[in-house]
Design a protein. Sequence first.
Length: 487
Amino acid sequence: MIGNLVNTKDSHIKNLAKIVGGKKSILYHKEDLIAYDCDGFTLHKHLPKAVVFPQNTKEVSDIVRYCSENGLPFLARGAGTGLSGGAIPLNGEVIISLVRMKKLLRVDLENRRAVVEPGFVNLKLTNSISHKGYYYAPDPSSQYCCTIGGNVAENAGGAHCLKYGVTTNHILGLEVVLPNGDIIEIGQNGIPDSPGYDLLGLLTGSEGTLGIVTKITVRILKNPEAKQTVLAYFDQIEDGSQAVSDIISQGIVPAALEMMDKIAIEGVEAAAFPVGHPKDIEALLLIEVDGISAGIEEQINQILEVCKNRNVREVKVAKDEEERARWWANRKTGFGAMGAISPDYLVQDGVIPRSKLPEVLRKINRVSEDYGLRIANIFHAGDGNLHPLVLFDARVPGETEKALAAGSACLQVCADAGGTITGEHGVGIEKREEMRFVFNDEEIIAQTNIRDVFNPENLLNAGKLFPSPGRCVEIKQELKEQNAPKI
């Protein structure tokens, strides 16, 4: 085989291959490993030692146990759609790819739950049960290809999380392989509110640093009786921002309330799913309400009235499902659409109080001016989850560093407004240092202490989620000395 090899005489490669049934289930040639040197955060790239493809929980457990006993760093990977570098092998890890564990194991319509393996694709679950009148609510933009195991790791959200919540609100049970290879079940037969500590909540969103999920029991929902979608265009972004708060203050909780600014609109109209948005518009709102048929029309009328009171240029209701689907395809491909107007872009993910939206958008615009880079804004306006997209050209010396600094400045704006540095994309390696924007050293140590209980050797996905040691290590040692028994 042509190309450089990771040492094929490495006994670890041979032993790992035995666990997964031979060399067809392991990659170790350099040209194969290049495909796994990053996830959706492409600014950092590192080769793994190997990539193994287990087909069941026992194989995952055996791989983990082998790595643990031999001091090999390792991490789990789903579809690689994560946007914060959580699946990048910083330490030459063995990547445990879960893509072959992709079964829908059980559907229980009576109790409204389903059991899936971690490699099962998010949207495939809804497609598998929609003919029965059910769906799975979390809907990240990458839902057509991201896996539910990855959604659990990142606590993924999506456009409809305003009304229905993020992944953690839909997880009823987990099977988890701990970093020593032990297998545990969390959640009693998918029954929510079990007694004891909320380990489901702890594991969901832990970014693959506490264990590897191998089976997931999720909540499924009955399709709403009716839904309607509104598209509103504003000449001033402040008017669109104020309309968001006005809609919520009316007592309406839309299923989704999305916003795009002028640069974002330019991108989606230049990409694969244009719908004819006006080129000179400053902002648009995409608003969806669902529920019992009898109440939908009244909510739509209230939303139309709010928009008119905020100087809307045009507001319209989708005339049919085909038009609604086109509007959503335009929005859901928004991140990728930035490639139509910029050679490179960096996706950020901050959260702010909804009332601070106009103020924060003004400050992000100042960040754009200060760094001389365009910043598009696509976001879940209803719950204050912003996605500034910093547009840059990596071929220009210094622009990548400038883009990273601008992205960090956007997160500082969110933190200063009383928000936080991530809503659904996770911290990974991208925002480790920005954790200091919202946590002090003692709070970071408290969290790493939890990690140490599950992952004491720190072999599982090391270097993610928390900032570089620095003063934290000194404080941790001081605390140990203070609590040491006196002799």
